[in-house]
Design a protein around this ligand. Structure first.
Ligand code: HEC
Length: 187
């Protein structure tokens, strides 16, 4: 049964989103989507006037995850220790695997406990509500700011919206509507 399930999950491959068509040179993205993509992949460097949301530091590559465990600053104490509950190491407490962001616009609620109802809430978290008292907070988040010596990410509201606009290009309607993955069994 495990092998059958493993084989089935390997067929769940999403490669037909507007982002994928753009990457394949088959379609264009809008200016706003492209600006959002740039912000998504860029680690900010205010000294060089380089603005970014640093999302790609953990949600990088065409998988939109680098498959690593991180504490992305949700809590100061952990109801769920995440990776720490598996390894037994205090230095892993509060770390979770960065998930892929493919089809993310249709899979709310977000985070391991579903605390955020929308992508707007997710962006507010990363930009305005990182819990700096959180043990093992990821250095990639700690040092990322768009202001020289800035404490938080400091994206503008427009920049947050652009990142969300980009995330929506990862929605793959062909995959989502694929009858083979539907609950309805076709004769
Ligand atoms: C330091 C690594 C790191 C950075 C930087 C980061 N994330 Fe995450 N992200 C994570 C981890 C780890 C999780 C899973 C947390 C959990 O399950 O509680 C996550 C979860 C998410 C989720 C929810 C996924 C789901 O299916 O519930 C979204 C959406 C998301 N991140 C978007 C972003 C965006 C947008 C940015 C940039 C503004 C960003 N992330 C920056 C590590 C990171």
């Amino acid at each position: 049964m495990l092998k059958a399930l493993a084989q089935f999950t390997r067929t769940l491959v999403s490669t037909n989103s507007p982002y994928d068509k753009f990457r394949a040179g088959q379609a264009n993205l809008t200016v706003e989507e492209l600006e959002g993509m740039q912000l998504f992949i860029t680690h900010p460097d205010p000294g060089r006037n380089l603005r970014g949301g640093n999302c790609g530091d953990c949600h990088g590559s065409d998988f939109f995850t680098l498959q690593q465990f991180h504490n992305n600053g949700l809590d100061a104490t952990f109801a769920d220790k995440g990776r720490g509950a598996v390894t037994g190491k205090a230095t892993d407490d509060g770390k979770f695997k960065a998930p892929s962001l493919r089809n993310i616009a249709v899979t709310a609620p977000y985070m391991h406990d579903g605390r955020f109802k929308s992508l707007e809430e997710v962006l507010d978290h990363y930009n305005d509500h990182i819990n700096y008292a959180s043990p093992n907070l990821d250095p990639l988040i700690l040092e990322a700011s768009n202001q020289v010596k800035g404490k938080s990410l400091e994206l503008t509201p427009q920049e947050k919206t652009k990142i969300i606009t980009f995330l929506k290009t990862l929605t793959d309607e062909t995959f989502l509507q694929d009858e083979r993955f539907s609950e309805i069994t076709t004769p």
